[in-house]
Write a protein that binds this ligand. Structure first.
Ligand code: PBG
Length: 325
């Protein structure tokens, strides 16, 4: 035998020379669920690695993550039912606790990258990402609401806005609105290829944001489609997106690879709640080993071409990483 691939695997020193993919806390974004109030840490039964936090606890969490090298965060609000309405007015209300929290977090930790969620569903009495009329999700009528929400978030100090609504034309509409309001430095991490997926369940439990009627299939993408993601990518790029995101992540590695091959923009992947929850469930059953299965999962996202991974495991990974250093 002239060719023996095992020669390059025989010691950790050689393996480290030929390793093609690296994963460090630099690549990770930690999602945070925010609730109104003080000193609150509520468990989310379907997502055991995460909790709902009041702003004081969010500040604590950010500090702990920073010490471990995780510097980017995505924050989502759990809005009380009484504050929801058909047009999501609370999303840009001046008393909005999510906007206040963002301001506090950025004042205390100006060095972090704080990412928002732009969509109507947490604030909508219909639980949809856009405006609903006679059972239809309206596109163009939703854009001004989303833009108003986005400008309020920019004003609160978010570094990147994350439009997750999948309305057509929203990235361009948002970019124009931000620029007109003077927020030329606020970036857009677009949910470019967001699929109508079964893996968002625990997230909707966390925020109580499931649609009251119907599903999201007229705006989120069909899980059967890969080439369609390239149409979305070209649009987002031409409309001024700064990052392209694929969501979910693990079940869509081919889509990540396609976007990476076709775009020069950085690619983000959202390792969503259901994808994290099933790994945790298997580990709790003793069927998989968390210490090894979790980092292997995240590494696969890097290998597929992901630049920035949004994952509920960010802090745990950073812990492991620090212990190994
Ligand atoms: C809201 C939004 C969702 C997620 C992120 N932003 C849920 C949805 O579209 O129903 C899901 C994230 C996750 O499952 O971790 N537009």
């Amino acid at each position: 035998m002239i060719k023996r691939p095992r020669r390059n695997r025989q010691s950790e020193a050689i393996r480290s020379l030929v390793r093609e993919t690296h994963l460090t806390p630099d690549h990770l974004v930690q999602p945070l669920f925010l609730v109104d109030g003080k000193n609150i840490r509520e468990d989310i039964p379907s997502l055991p690695v995460s909790q709902r936090l009041s702003v004081d606890q969010v500040l604590r969490e950010v500090e702990e993550c920073l010490d471990l090298g995780v510097r980017s965060f995505m924050m989502f609000p759990a809005i009380p039912e009484a504050l929801k309405d058909a047009t999501a007015t609370y999303s840009y209300h001046e008393d909005n606790f999510y906007l206040h929290a963002a301001r506090q977090v950025k004042e205390r930790y100006p060095e972090i990258c704080l990412i928002s969620d732009v969509a109507m569903d947490p604030y909508s009495s219909d639980g949809h990402d856009g405006l609903v009329r006679d059972g239809e999700i309206l596109n163009d009528e939703s854009l001004p609401i989303l833009a108003r929400m986005g400008v309020a978030q920019a004003q609160a100090g978010f570094d990147l806005l994350g439009p997750s609504d999948m309305m057509d034309g929203r990235v361009g509409f948002l970019r124009e609105s931000l620029d007109e309001a003077g927020y030329t430095k606020t970036g857009i991490m677009s949910y470019t290829a967001k699929y109508a997926s079964a893996f968002y369940g625990p997230f909707r439990d966390a925020l109580d944001s499931a649609p009251k009627a119907g599903d999201k299939k007229t705006y989120q993408m069909d899980p059967a489609n890969r080439r369609e993601a390239l149409i979305e990518a070209r649009l987002d790029e031409s409309e001024g997106a700064d990052f392209l995101m694929v969501k979910p992540a693990l079940h869509y590695l081919d889509v990540i690879k396609s976007l990476k091959d076709h775009s020069s923009l950085p690619i983000a992947a959202y390792h969503v709640s259901g994808e994290c929850a099933m790994l945790v469930a298997a580990c709790q059953n003793g069927w998989l080993d968390y210490e090894t299965a979790m980092p292997e999962t995240l590494l696969s996202l890097r290998r597929a071409g992901t630049d920035a991974i949004i994952t509920y495991f960010a802090k745990d990974f950073a812990h492991q990483f620090k212990a190994r250093e």
